[in-house]
Design a protein around this ligand. Structure first.
Ligand SMILES: Cc1ncc(COP(=O)(O)O)c(C=O)c1O
Length: 352
């Protein structure tokens, strides 16, 4: 606390990211990073970028990157917005498209950054409880609102929502923007990108941090109608002209172009996830259905917080959420390599 702080700062409760411990031999399954490195083409592109041209500013509009993202999804570059990680893209989305006189709606159990943006930008919001089985029921969102946002698959549950349900929601909710945060969509969830040309109120956000193995490069993007993209650009150009530096642009373009590598690593993560679900089920865990690169699971008898602490003693880090109480018994496990799964399962055998 300081008398020099603005009122806004006094009222903030910042988001707390998963920890990045600096320990050797850690089995790090806590922040949903990809266990595989980025495509070798990304590394080659980054090396080329380490050149004299770094004295020049990057392209403020990131045209080449937008073009390569547009090509990937058969969209037009004016339907693409890029930012420094999808967290920055989301921050602009909240300010540009979700701040209205009616409350923004999102699930009670979801990405915990959403309420943080609301407090930063003074956005009124209302949380909608997930159903008993932790699924999103779109009928619950059938009420006046200033916007709707949720991840698909949801976080931290990992549960995917069918595209038919999202389309129903878009049809009903034409007076405000529906944002689908598809940070984890490439691990087996249907994407809503195919609906963008039909619904001008749909915005989809993606990140290169997960399926493209580039959490360290900080690139995310939004896809939607040109009017929605223009709103984001207006905010961005009132905030930071150059959120995508030369390395981020070169690396992200190479990642978007290497479809074969992307598909192979996503398939491998999905395969490891399915094997891990079987093992955990045998150990007495109840695992929620996952369309993500993580799973949310609780043990029949062992408490979640206790398991997390015990695993930590064995240098295995997974994530636990104390609140709300409905999820306190669960642990969230990022899918790593098969070797990391084996270490986790062996440790759990010892503990249970
Ligand atoms: C649901 C969801 N959306 C967005 C993000 C942000 O990802 P990034 O800022 O790395 O693009 C995360 C990160 O964990 C997430 O879980």
């Amino acid at each position: 606390m300081s008398k020099y702080w603005s009122d806004v700062v006094h009222k903030l409760t910042p988001y707390v990211p998963g920890e990045q411990p600096k320990l050797d031999n850690l089995v790090k399954l806590n922040t949903n990073e990809n266990p595989y490195g980025p495509s070798p083409r990304v590394i080659a592109a980054l090396k080329l970028e380490a050149a004299d041209t770094l004295r020049l500013y990057p392209d403020p509009n990131s045209d080449a990157l937008k073009e390569s993202i547009a090509n990937t999804y058969k969209l037009n570059a004016i339907q693409v917005f890029v930012g420094n990680g999808s967290d920055e893209v989301l921050a602009h989305v909240f300010q540009a498209l979700l701040k209205h006189s009616r409350p923004l709606l999102f699930p009670d159990i979801t990405y915990s950054f959403y309420p943080v943006y609301c407090s930063l930008y003074d956005i009124e919001y209302q949380t909608i409880p997930l159903a008993e089985d932790f699924t999103i029921n779109i009928d619950d969102y059938d009420q006046p609102n200033g916007g709707i946002i949720f991840p698909n698959p949801n976080a931290p549950t990992g549960i995917p929502l069918a595209l038919t349900e999202i389309e129903k929601l878009l049809k009903k909710n034409t007076q405000s923007v529906v944002v689908i945060d598809e940070a984890y969509v490439d691990f087996g969830t249907e994407s809503a990108v195919s609906l963008i040309n039909t619904y001008p109120n749909l915005l989809v956000t993606h990140t290169l941090s997960k399926a493209r193995s580039l959490a360290g490069l900080r690139v995310g993007y939004a896809l939607g109608s040109p009017a929605l993209i223009e709103a984001l650009t207006r905010v961005k150009d009132s905030f930071n002209s150059y959120p995508i530096d030369r390395f981020a642009s070169a690396g992200a373009i190479a990642a978007m172009q290497d479809t074969a590598y992307f598909e192979a690593t996503c398939s491998k993560v999905i395969e490891t996830r399915e094997a891990l679900v079987k093992e955990l089920t045998n150990l007495g865990f109840e695992v929620l259905p996952s369309g993500a690169n993580f799973i949310f699971a609780k043990h029949k008898v062992k408490d979640g917080a206790e398991l997390v602490a015990k695993l930590r003693e064995k240098s295995i880090i997974v994530r636990h959420f104390k609140s709300p109480s409905r999820i306190a018994s669960y642990i969230r496990i990022t899918i790593g390599t098969d070797e990391q799964s084996k270490l986790l399962i062996n440790a759990l055998y010892g503990l249970l």
